[in-house]
Design a protein around this ligand. Structure first.
Ligand SMILES: Cc1cc2nc3c(=O)[nH]c(=O)nc-3n(C[C@H](O)[C@H](O)[C@H](O)COP(=O)(O)OP(=O)(O)OC[C@H]3O[C@@H](n4cnc5c(N)ncnc54)[C@H](O)[C@@H]3O)c2cc1C
Length: 387
């Protein structure tokens, strides 16, 4: 008898999503794949059943993203729309926000982007300056964001801003839902050297007028302890762990795809007596890449399980480690895959060269490898801080 560390349901989900991914493949139509995955219920596996989701968690959603990636057709917006925005709204949104957004995010008919990065803050999100001030019952939001993915196709963007604490004057984080065509909400496409379907945008928010209901969780008068204006930090952390776990899934899927392509090639390609895969110089790095991806997946599963069990603090460390391990494993796997194919590694026909740039994304976003090493140095090992 074979024992599995994943439940039968999870293995069945993996197999079903893998079959969908294989049908669509690397040259897929992104929109069609998104729609079909939505109809089949895969995009909202983590969202509450009461709003049309699957009632699962990030464990299930990470399986979906990993398997699509392993088939060559990852959906980057899964990281943003159901994982970050869906989670934040499901956990902290008002009933009205949940009713308005969750069914569409769950079946994929609506999309939400997520904007936290700012040009002058970067990795130091304590420095973000996008600020909301009250104007009667409304909010006026002003600031700039950069590298925000999918704003053109998203119905709204969840913007991380700050409000001024009336008592202390300190700026507190808070999240606003900003519909795409709100006056004063501008976007400019950034010319990225990435062969990805999703585009990145620089955003300008110029006194964007938003109703009180745009603040996630509503105003301070809302249900105890969940009020948007005071609960921003909690809300933010609720979204950031799923983002890291899902980025790990994205990287592991891409790494698996690259290794599989390289192995297929190395089995056949013969330039001496035996196929190149018989040379240990080719075989061993691929075996190492496979091991690194498997290890990264184990850490991702740990992070997802902790998160789904409600242990936000425990999940934080594991999610950071999983994202780090997966980003490194993916970059190495892709590099080795390209090398295995020799000249063909750089042709469009084999489609691996463009993954070299794509693989870097998981080392940079949503939090860079250095910032994770900093986190582990300080939080886990208790070493002093240099910055
Ligand atoms: C394809 C893509 C999609 C993205 N999508 C989104 C999105 O949807 N929404 C969003 O809000 N953002 C998004 N981002 C932004 C992403 O989260 C940031 O690029 C990332 O957080 C790093 O910030 P930065 O680019 O400003 O780099 P910087 O903060 O300027 O860092 C530059 C370099 O310096 C290093 N560094 C910085 N501080 C330290 C330190 N203290 N110690 C050691 N090294 C340090 C970093 O590790 C990095 O290597 C996306 C980025 C990319 C590339």
């Amino acid at each position: 008898m074979t024992t599995h560390i994943e439940s039968e349901e999870h293995r069945a989900l993996r197999a079903a999503v893998a079959a969908l991914g294989t049908r669509h493949g690397r040259n897929h139509d992104h929109h069609e794949l998104w729609s079909e995955a939505g109809r089949l219920g895969y995009l909202g596996v983590n969202l509450p059943e009461a709003y049309g989701g699957g009632g699962g968690g990030i464990t299930e959603l990470s399986i979906v993203l990993e398997e699509l990636g392993a088939a060559g057709c990852p959906l980057l917006m899964l990281i943003v729309s159901p994982a970050i925005c869906g989670t934040v709204i499901a956990r902290f949104g008002t009933e009205e926000q949940q009713r308005t957004w969750l069914p569409g995010l769950a079946d994929g008919t609506r999309l939400m982007a997520f904007g936290i990065t700012e040009p002058d803050a970067g990795s130091n999100s304590h420095r973000i300056t996008t600020t909301a001030r009250r104007d009667g019952a409304d909010w006026l939001l002003t600031g700039r964001k950069v590298f925000v993915s999918g704003v053109d196709i998203a119905d709204a963007t969840l913007i991380v801003g700050r409000t001024e604490d009336a008592r202390t004057g300190r700026l507190k984080p808070c999240l606003f839902i900003v519909p795409r065509d709100t006056p004063g909400f501008g976007r400019r496409k950034i010319d990225m050297e990435l062969a990805a379907q999703e585009k990145q945008f620089e955003l300008t928010l110029d006194d964007v007028r938003l109703p009180a209901e745009a603040l996630v969780g509503g105003g301070p008068s809302h249900a105890f302890g969940r009020g948007g204006e005071d609960a921003g930090l909690l809300q933010l952390f609720a979204g950031l762990n799923p983002e890291r776990i899902m980025t790990a899934a994205f990287a592991i899927g891409m790494g698996r795809y690259a290794v599989a392509k390289a192995v297929e090639y190395a089995r056949d390609r013969t330039v001496w007596k035996s196929p190149i895969g018989a040379h240990q110089a080719i075989a061993h790095p691929l075996a190492q890449a496979h091991i690194d991806l498997e290890l990264a997946r184990l850490m991702m599963q740990k992070a997802a399980q902790l998160y789904d069990a409600g242990d936000d603090a425990g999940a934080g460390e594991a999610a950071n480690m999983a994202k780090y391990a997966a980003g490194e494993a993916c970059a190495k796997a892709v590099d080795q895959a390209v090398h295995t194919l020799g000249g063909n590694g750089l042709t469009r026909e084999f489609g691996l060269a463009s993954l070299v740039t794509a693989a870097r994304v998981a080392r940079i976003a949503p939090v860079s490898r250095e910032m994770i090493l900093n986190y582990v140095s300080h939080q886990t090992l208790g070493l002093p801080k240099s910055y």
